[in-house]
Design a binder for this molecule. Structure first.
Ligand code: ADP
Ligand code: MG
Length: 661
């Protein structure tokens, strides 16, 4: 194993954390002065220096927002909710009063909210009803270095809004109050942001970084979950104190490692300290999130299993050891050239910049150690940073949003221009879904689709459900599909018990009506019993209780939005399946596949040959045609969320839309 020093800067250890002791507090006066002076400020500072929690409070306390609300964007839901909770606590108020958050399908704000943590996607949605974002006095774009699609859209829109709202600029709208924009980033490379905003000079905040000793494995570790398990127990049985943070690509690997660590921890000999294991990923319920921040009880060790959420978004105190698998999940649009793509989460190697950020998490409070489960050569050959999402993701939903904002994607001033093929492919999808006409103008249907905060494929299905008299059923299905975690637990393991229980909900037409059956059964249990009964019913039926209760909430909100935009939500097809399937076909027609003689399915609009995922209720049988809502890449390309359709249905839809081009 090779060993390298990350940093030799020494600071003092802060055990109890006070606002004034954070690194950023030293530059407070200067930062406030700059914020007061300039319409745009770029702030760069190491993770943990206090940017996210302190800057909104400085702005509030110095009265920089002119009494209006301060928005602070986050790419991830879990960061928005946990940071809002933290700032509310520091302000001594309860969450949802003067400090609140807004994430899709969950808002904790009041008319008096002055600091609002909001996902970048939700702020884009707010543009739809308030195109100058006039409710806000200051907008902070946090974690800008992540360059998510919505962050890029916001940066481009804010440039225009600044011109409208601020005095001396051309195009100034007198009726508007001035706006300030703060761009915050954790990586030193702020040149791109600086160029984008007329070469303004970034402000740098020094962090506190202690030595981190870095170790690499000699060879690459294909089974990185197993390697992480071994490395964890090597650290743990050495009995040196300090908490451990393990970086894994996603929820599935986190849950697997979580159960293995718990299993082996129970068998440890006496005298080895107890382990407290906490998962941390995007869709984790807020009640679970706060646990990772709790101080570790004396004589035990905390082990946190996290995705790259813990890389720069949130800082967990007490970490001394990092285990880095070197992997992350990346959203990427596959098969774009065929126009059939769906964004897929692919596991890939992280960038060098991420690897350095991850190691840095160990040196916050004292000397730390980082165990990289990949060789030094792998580190050296990593990409310096990842490509911005706008260059690699499906743009369909974004183009629809921009169209409904009267913005033209080709005319907007983006930091990085979107790929022309991706724009073309997004426009094609919108046209197939009937959201735009021949001249690429938004149709009446398109306007309604943009108002629904779900993927355009699903909003198309909801729209169709009104005509076909099954809006109740389709909204239910879309609600479950919009939940961030899976509905059926443990079906991966091929456990006959699980599969047997699940059969109770099985519908011969496929997974979508199976989901509907399970959701309907759950709603019945909820309406006739207590919350506790519903939870144990879920456990008995191997259903994810949290996913179901989230689906109930999403359903409530979707139905509310539908009613507002004039969609009748009370139409039911009373047990008929055909209308439901037809709505799904209209939304998912680009995800249709026909069977091949060898039993595999060939995508109708894509190049790939796919297989039905073993977790699907129709995986064991062959059908002439299917539609699916998700592509999964493991050793081969699987489709998940499958309904059986007929070839004729698919051809009919294609011939009915062919006139649109
Ligand atoms: P930055 O944005 O510069 O990375 P933050 O403002 O997020 O820094 O964090 C500043 C400090 O606040 C860190 O030391 C972190 O540990 C602490 N902190 C943030 N959120 C919480 C929380 N929910 N509970 C406890 N401490 C927190
Ligand atoms: Mg931050």
């Amino acid at each position: 194993m090779s060993k390298k020093r990350l940093s030799s800067q020494v600071g003092h250890t802060t055990d109890s954390y006070h606002r004034d002791e954070l690194p950023i507090a030293q530059g407070k006066a200067k930062i406030i002065r700059e914020l007061q002076r300039n319409p745009v400020t770029i702030l760069v500072g190491e993770t943990g220096s206090g940017k996210t929690t302190q800057i909104p409070q400085y702005i509030l306390e110095a009265g920089i927002s002119g009494g209006k609300c301060i928005a602070i964007t986050q790419p991830r839901r879990v960061a928005a909710t946990s940071l809002a909770a933290r700032v509310a606590m520091e302000q001594g108020v309860s969450l949802g009063t003067s400090v609140g958050y807004s994430i899709r399908f969950d808002e904790h704000c009041s008319p008096n909210t002055k600091i609002k943590f909001i996902t970048d996607g939700m702020l884009v949605r707010e543009l739809m009803s308030d195109k100058y974002l006039s409710n806000y006095g200051v907008i902070i774009i946090d974690e800008a270095h992540e360059r998510t699609l919505r962050t890029d859209v916001l940066l481009a829109s804010l440039k225009q809004i600044l011109r409208r709202r601020n005095g001396s600029s051309q195009g100034h709208d007198q009726s508007q109050d001035p706006l300030k924009v703060v761009v915050m980033s954790a990586t030193l490379d702020a040149q791109g942001f600086s160029n984008f905003f007329d070469s303004i000079k970034p402000i740098y905040v020094k962090g506190r970084q202690h030595d981190v000793h870095i170790f690499h494995t000699l060879t690459s570790q294909p089974d990185f979950v197993e390697a992480a398990l071994r490395t964890f127990f090597q650290i743990h049985t050495s009995n040196n104190p300090g908490d451990v943070l393990i970086f894994l690509p996603g929820q599935e690997e986190i849950e697997n490692l979580n159960s293995s660590i718990r299993f082996y921890a129970r068998q440890l000999p006496q005298g080895v300290m107890p382990v407290l294991v906490y998962p941390m990923y995007s869709s984790l319920h807020p009640s679970q999130q706060s646990k990772v921040f709790m101080r570790t009880p004396h004589g035990s060790r905390k082990c946190i299993l996290a995705t790259n959420i813990a890389e720069t978004s949130i800082t967990i105190p007490g970490i001394k050891y990092i285990i880095d698998t070197g992997k992350c999940k990346e959203r990427r649009y596959v098969a774009r050239e065929a126009g059939s793509g769906v964004d897929t989460l692919l596991t890939r190697d992280i960038s060098r910049s991420s690897a350095m950020q991850r190691a840095g998490r160990a040196g916050r409070e004292g000397e730390g150690f980082c165990f990289r489960l990949f060789p030094k050569q792998a580190f050296d050959s990593m990409a310096p940073t990842l490509e911005p999402e706008i260059r690699r993701c499906d743009l369909t939903a974004m183009i629809l949003e921009l169209k409904s904002l009267d913005l033209d994607i080709e005319r907007l001033d983006f930091m990085d221009k979107p790929d022309e093929d991706a724009v073309y492919s997004g426009l094609t999808t919108l046209s197939i879904l009937g959201a735009i006409d021949k001249h690429q103008n938004l149709t009446g249907a398109g306007k309604k689709m943009a108002a629904l905060p779900v993927d355009p494929k699903f909003s198309r299905a909801i729209l169709a459900s009104e005509e076909l008299g099954c809006s109740q059923e389709v909204i239910d299905i879309v609600s479950v599909l919009s939940v961030s975690s899976r509905l059926f637990l443990g079906v991966q393991n091929d456990d006959s018990n699980v599969v047997g229980t699940r059969d109770k909900f099985k519908h011969p037409s496929g997974d979508h009506c199976t989901i509907l059956n399970a959701f309907r059964a759950y709603q019945e249990v909820v309406s006739s019993g207590t919350y506790g009964e519903a939870t144990s019913w879920c456990a008995r039926n191997f259903l994810n209780a949290r996913a179901l209760s989230e689906a109930v909430e999403i359903r409530r909100q979707l139905r509310g939005i539908c009613k507002r935009i004039g969609i009748n939500t009370d139409l039911s097809c009373s047990g008929q399946v055909q209308p439901i399937i037809h709505c799904l076909v209209l939304g998912l027609v680009q995800n249709a596949a026909f069977i091949q003689p060898n039993g595999f399915y060939k995508q109708v609009m894509g190049p790939s040959v796919v297989k039905i995922h073993p977790g699907s209720v129709v995986a064991q049988t062959h059908h002439p045609a299917i539609v699916y809502d998700e592509l999964v890449f493991t050793t081969q390309t699987y489709v998940r969320g499958v309904s059986i359709v007929t070839k004729a249905e698919i051809s009919n839809v294609f011939s009915s839309i062919s006139g649109r081009f």
